[in-house]
Design a binder for this molecule. Structure first.
Ligand code: NDP
Ligand code: HEM
Length: 493
């Protein structure tokens, strides 16, 4: 492995041929091993260091390479080079994941799915690091680590009792919308091929005249939505914990390349202040009637990674990887994410993580970063390593079309969201009334009551009170299931 020329025999890591890979050096045929056995020690020591920290969230995942092709002209909104022409193609990489489980956990767990896309554009890498849901549980990054702990293991027992999540959700009602998505049918997708993806946040896009619009990105599966039932998800977790990993790998392997259509919703900048839903609140969608989907292109996955660890485990996505034409918005979750991800990568992969091939830009790039652990890209050779300089080093372009982000107000901790009933319960009620039919409501109530079974009464009461404000049938549907014997069928309403 590793060297350019194929080696006809096994070697140690510095090239010495291995004469015997079956027997350690010992003192006599029946004696102890000798410390001088460099080959043995090298094998042992390398093996002891093979694991790197797993992602603190989204640890279990799978990925593939692909292509993005523009099918709709959005240059009036966005000057990003990758959208510049209908028919233009860009190389991509995608990683799909569950959130709360460890890297060996089951793919079918009821959990949001990560939907992380990397576009190797001619003008730098753009990462769209989304989920299979258009919303999230919280809208302030200060709550992120607390929320995630409720999805992880309990500190004393190392078990995962569900009451912890209901305890948190009961106290944080902006989470209800996403809770309904999670316990609805799309909380257990069969595999990445059968789910939608969403950038979730509101992003800024601007055109060549520097005019800004706010947008949301949507990726709609072309394979159709397919989910496991609650029972199937549990069964598959035992029988085939890597079900979705295999599903994507096998499909690509036989040339059945999955596709998603990319759409945007576009909001004129001037709409933001007066729109009935806070446009930078990650717990809200923009209803399609207000901001219809506009087709942008087709995202296809068509090449499996040649090595999982190299390409998938070492992939580093970051919402701050943006290209000219796309920017962030005042969404405070997004603003925190642009800082959090590179911080996590420096810890997990090291400061030079941008050199790992899956993360590298495919266009020329020239920074003044030097040195750091595992620098292996020539380190700039003898070129000048400071700027400004008179030595013909790379210089800034001086060009930007990005419109300034208007900010105002005194710095302090605000709860500036309305926090009235419409704010917490308005869109969950739309979801219950408009999107779900009775069988889907039934499955939602059953999945929630199964999960709430270990919750003490005070937590149940708090959560049911919230559900009542979404719809009385929702609360009673869950309550009656909680009180009923497990196998008794209970109709909605
Ligand atoms: P629409 O009737 O125009 O769209 C409903 C949306 O719900 C579609 O995007 C559909 O996805 C999606 N959907 C269907 N079943 C489920 C499910 N079990 N879990 C999650 N999503 C599902 O509705 P509006 O735009 O007027 O919004 C009404 C409500 O729909 C919102 O309050 C929100 O709860 C939900 N929703 C809205 C989305 C948006 O971006 N506007 C996106 C997803 C959900 P598909 O078309 O792929 O079947
Ligand atoms: C992974 C932080 C919200 C999607 C991660 C990782 C961190 C993190 C630290 C691990 C990165 C790594 O080690 O590679 C945060 C913080 C959030 C937040 C602080 C909120 C303040 C979100 C939201 C979404 C999301 C809202 C989706 C809309 C993802 C995905 C991954 C991930 C898809 C896995 C990326 C991959 O496949 O490598 N997040 N996250 N996160 N997050 Fe978030």
């Amino acid at each position: 492995m590793a060297s350019e020329k194929k080696c006809p025999f096994q070697t140690q890591q510095f090239g010495r041929p291995v004469d015997d890979n079956q027997h350690s050096q010992t003192a006599g045929p029946r004696g102890p091993v000798l410390m001088q056995d460099v080959h043995l020690v090298e094998k042992m020591a390398h093996f002891n260091r093979e694991r790197i920290p797993e992602r603190v969230v989204h640890a279990k995942g799978y990925g593939a390479y692909g292509t993005f092709t523009v099918t709709g002209d959005i240059t009036q909104y966005c000057m990003a080079d990758l959208f510049s022409k209908v028919g233009k193609q860009t190389e991509t990489f995608a990683r799909f994941s569950t959130v709360g489980g460890e890297s060996g956990s089951a793919d079918s767990a009821r959990d949001p799915r990560g939907f992380a896309l990397k576009f190797y554009t001619d003008q730098g890498v753009w990462d769209l690091v989304g989920n299979n849901t258009p919303i999230f549980f919280i809208r302030d990054p200060l709550k992120f680590s607390d929320f995630i702990r409720t999805q992880k293991r309990e500190p004393q027992s190392h078990l995962k009792p569900h009451w912890r999540r209901w305890d948190f959700w009961g106290e944080v009602p902006e989470s209800l919308h996403q809770v309904m998505f999670l316990y609805g049918d799309r909380g257990t997708p069969k595999s990445a091929r059968f789910m939608n993806g969403y950038g979730s946040h509101t992003f800024s896009v601007y055109n060549a005249d520097g005019k800004r619009h706010w947008v949301k990105f949507h990726l709609k599966t072309q394979q159709g939505i397919e989910n496991f039932s609650d029972e199937e998800a549990v069964q598959i977790a035992g029988e085939a914990p890597d079900y979705s990993t295999r599903d994507l790998f096998d499909a690509i392997d036989i040339g059945d390349y999955p596709q998603w259509k990319m759409f945007i919703q576009v909001m004129p900048e001037s709409d933001a202040a007066g729109y009935e839903w806070h446009p930078f609140d990650l717990t809200k969608v923009w209803p399609h009637d207000d901001y219809p989907l506009i087709e942008v292109g087709v995202f296809e996955l068509n090449r499996n990674p040649s090595n999982y660890f190299q390409d998938v485990e070492q992939a580093a996505f970051e919402p701050g990887n943006l290209v000219e034409g796309i920017g962030i918005s005042p969404d405070r979750m997004l603003q925190n994410r642009v800082l959090s991800y590179p911080d996590a990568h420096r810890y997990r992969l090291g400061v030079n993580y941008h050199q790992i091939p899956v993360n590298q830009p495919r266009c020329p790039y020239a920074t003044y970063h030097r040195d750091g652990t595992m620098r292996v890209d020539g380190n700039g050779g003898g070129s000048v390593d400071y700027e400004p300089n008179t030595m013909d080093g790379p210089v800034e372009t001086g060009r930007t079309k990005e419109p300034p982000m208007p900010v105002h107000g005194d710095g302090r901790r605000y709860d500036e969201f309305a926090c009235d009933d419409k704010d917490y319960y308005g869109q969950p009620a739309l979801f219950w009334n408009k999107v779900l039919d009775d069988p889907a409501r039934d499955r939602l109530c059953t999945a929630i009551s199964n999960s709430m079974a270990d919750s003490p009464q005070r937590i149940r009461d708090k959560v049911l009170e919230h559900f009542r404000k979404i719809h009385p049938d929702f609360a009673s549907g869950v309550e009656r299931r909680l009180e009923a014997p497990a196998d008794e069928p209970i109709p909605i309403a």
